[in-house]
Design a protein around this ligand. Structure first.
Ligand code: NAP
Length: 259
């Protein structure tokens, strides 16, 4: 199952760290050729080295997903390197925490540009490649925060993640003519380097609030993205998959305590 990903050319934005790194490794392990991109080239190269050491194919490229010229350069580089773009994993994102009372208009714009405008820019830049190939797949990394839940300090982040889903529903209709699907994965709390920095007691507290009693692994998101990018998922478009260990389910603190 999911063998159709072998030999496919896959762009993973934000592929140098965290969830993006997990997605890149899962795709590479299944035989995809992965373009790992982030602003920081050295982190992207470190991820590529790990993939190559495991026998996979990957190339690093520095790009800023909030900048149209940079995103166009990313697609050009991928076409030059792998000859095609089969899959776009629009994953790069930032989540600086600040309550509305302290949030500046510039803070708002920075998060919107990196998380939401970038989704539009990356999809737009890949359309000619999908058109050329006669097919394409887009997998967006959204979040439960915004579309389903709220968290103080993340109003701008939540709006950007909900905005991605509003974008993808119309994009799914427009991309259909290029035989291209677009879907989103909505992670709950996933263990990344950044989350680990918050300390063990924070991680333990979060795990207690999740019915499956553990935080997610980056591979949990990677496998969901892999499925949505596969031939087997070719009839699914404009949809979302929550991958959160059941985190959004409890109605109250009592509900989680009674498991
Ligand atoms: P992370 O570990 O901080 O990694 C973020 C990645 O995005 C890095 O590779 C970073 O590299 C890149 N990036 C940031 N700004 C960029 C820009 N302007 N242009 C290009 N690349 C950029 O974050 P993460 O936790 O893995 O999150 C990845 C995605 O998952 C985000 O969209 C986030 O909203 C979503 N998510 C995460 C969680 C979670 O629990 N971790 C939960 C729900 C959703 P550079 O800084 O070098 O550019």
């Amino acid at each position: 199952m999911l063998t159709s990903i072998a030999g496919q050319s896959v762009i993973v934005t934000g592929g140098s760290k965290g969830i993006g790194k997990g997605i890149a490794k899962v795709f590479a392990a299944k035989g995809a050729k992965v373009m790992v991109t982030a602003r920081g080239l050295s982190d992207a190269e470190a991820t590529v080295n790990e993939i190559r050491a495991a026998g996979g194919t990957a190339v690093a490229h520095a790009s800023d997903v909030s900048d149209w010229g940079s995103v166009q350069g990313l697609v050009t580089k991928t076409l030059e390197t792998f000859g095609k773009v089969d899959v776009l994993c629009a994953n790069a994102g930032v989540f600086p925490q600040k309550k509305i009372v302290d949030l500046s208009p510039d803070d708002w714009d920075q998060v919107m540009d990196t998380n939401l405008k970038s989704t539009f820019l990356c999809v737009k830049a890949c359309i000619p490649a999908f058109q050329m190939a006669g097919k394409g797949r887009v997998v967006v990394t959204s979040s439960i925060t915004g579309p389903i839940t709220g968290y103080p300090g993340w109003s701008h982040y939540g709006a950007s993640k909900a905005g991605q889903l509003g974008f993808l529903r119309t994009a799914a209709m427009e991309l259909a003519r290029y035989n291209t699907t677009i879907n989103a994965v909505m992670p709950g709390n996933i263990i990344t380097e950044g989350l680990q920095d918050l300390g063990q007691s924070y991680l333990d507290g979060m795990a207690k609030a999740i019915p499956l009693k553990r935080l997610g692994k980056v591979e949990d998101i990677g496998y969901a993205a892999l499925f949505l990018a596969s031939q087997e998922a070719s009839y699914i478009t404009g949809q979302t998959i929550v991958v959160d260990g059941g985190q959004i389910l409890p109605e109250s603190a009592e509900a989680i305590d009674s498991i």
